[in-house]
Structures are given as structure tokens and as C-alpha cells.
Design a protein around this ligand. Structure first.
Ligand code: NI
Ligand code: MN
Length: 225
């Protein structure tokens, strides 16, 4: 499996069978993304919530590539009403797809579409793909149930916000890494806008000070998992 980071919360996963999954593809209006929505494709698009910096260009991409959305029920219904294909799920539920398993977790945040529609609860997502476990926390504050998520899942890559203001800041994110105990922590949701300015190297330094591993992914970088 390959994991590519576009910046902010946007990722692309390419499975060993060549299935492409996008998470929160906010690209065209994202000042840090080296890639525009016209340059990506997707078999599946997973959304953590409906804020504009997560829903992003998802509808544009799905319209062009007939992608299947995977998200919580209310947001899925919103997308279905707009003519898209979606698989409705909800927090605590998992489902097996042809690429692997998806399970939604809680996230402490809000969710509303850019055009003002209710979009259900925000979520984090656990992905079980090609023998690896990725935990994308979505936008969230720190919560102690992360310990339970870590106990029940040997998380390989934890993708978590460090930008503060709307989500965890660096110190809370370091605590989140301690609770989940992933093999590698990857900081996300920083430096896209002035209110979420944060230094990923400071996060890395603090994570390593707690004897955990951190990988600061470059914007556009792709790694083999
Ligand atoms: Ni948000
Ligand atoms: Mn956000």
C-alpha cells in the first residue's frame, strides 16, 4: 500500500491491487497542496466530516470518476440527494469493502456542509488495508477513549491534527500518541491557514521525547507502508 499526503487532512491511499482511496480531498483552495483536484482520481472517497476544508473537492472528483463516498449516514444522504453514490455508515460501525475494512470512531468537533446542511457527527476513521492499520483521527480534540482505540487496534500509522485552534494542538496531540501507541505518528491539519500555524518538527521532537516514532510527511510525499 502507498500513502500520499497532500497537506492539511488530505491523503491518497493506493492499495497493492491498485484501488485508489482519497480521504478529505481539500486540494484546489488549499494553499499547501501541490496537486489540484483535476490531477487525482478515486475509486472511493472517505470523508471524516463536511467542513469545507475536508469535503473540499470531493464532489468534483466523484462526479468525474464515479467514486463511492464512505461517510456517516447524514452526510452520505446529503451526497446521495445530490446524485452521488455513497455507502452510509456511522460511528462505531465497520464494513468490509473490496480494498479492506473501514470503521468510524468518535471525534470531538462539528460538522455542517459549506451550503449549511446538517451533516451528522464528525468522525475519525480506522482503515484496515493490506495488513496495515491506519487511524486518521479527523478533526478532533483530545479524548481518553483513544486509549481504547489503541488497545483494540495495533495502529501502524496515526494521522492526527496538531494545528490547535480548531483541533488538538501539539501538546494534546503528543498525549494522543501516547494513548493510541501507534508505530508511527504523522502530524496533519497545520500551516494551511494562519490560525493553525504549528511547527511539525516541535511535535516530532516531543513525540520522540516520549519514546514514540514520528514521520513528518512533506506536502505531496508518498510513502510505502
Ligand atoms: Ni472541521
Ligand atoms: Mn478542518
Amino acid at each position: 500500500m502507498k500513502l500520499r499526503y497532500f497537506s492539511h487532512s488530505a491523503f491518497q491511499i493506493t492499495t497493492k491491487d491498485g484501488i485508489v482511496i482519497l480521504i478529505d480531498p481539500f486540494l484546489d483552495d488549499n494553499p499547501n497542496s501541490p496537486v489540484k483536484s483535476s490531477e487525482v482520481s478515486a475509486d472511493y472517497i472517505i470523508l471524516t466530516h463536511a467542513h469545507g476544508d475536508h469535503l473540499g473537492d470531493a464532489m468534483k472528483i466523484a462526479r468525474k470518476h464515479n467514486s463511492l463516498f464512505i461517510c456517516v449516514n447524514e452526510l452520505a444522504n446529503y451526497l446521495i440527494d445530490k446524485g452521488f453514490r455513497a455507502h452510509n455508515m456511522h460511528i462505531g460501525g465497520g464494513h468490509n469493502f473490496d480494498f479492506g475494512r473501514v470503521k468510524f470512531t468518535i471525534a470531538h468537533h462539528g460538522s455542517k456542509t459549506p451550503d449549511g446542511q446538517y451533516a451528522g457527527e464528525p468522525a475519525g476513521v480506522l482503515l484496515y488495508v493490506d495488513g496495515k492499520i491506519i487511524y486518521h483521527t479527523g478533526d478532533t480534540g483530545l479524548f481518553y477513549d483513544m486509549k481504547l482505540i489503541g488497545e483494540m487496534n495495533a495502529v501502524d500509522y496515526m494521522l492526527l491534527p496538531i494545528g490547535d485552534n480548531f483541533t488538538m494542538g501539539i501538546d494534546d496531540a503528543v498525549k494522543a500518541v501516547e494513548l493510541v501507541n501507534p508505530k508511527i505518528a504523522v502530524p496533519i491539519h497545520y500551516n494551511t491557514f494562519p490560525p493553525i500555524k504549528a511547527d511539525p518538527q516541535e511535535f516530532k521532537h516531543k513525540v520522540e521525547g516520549k519514546d514514540h516514532k514520528c514521520k513528518v510527511m512533506e506536502f505531496g510525499e508518498e510513502i510505502d507502508l
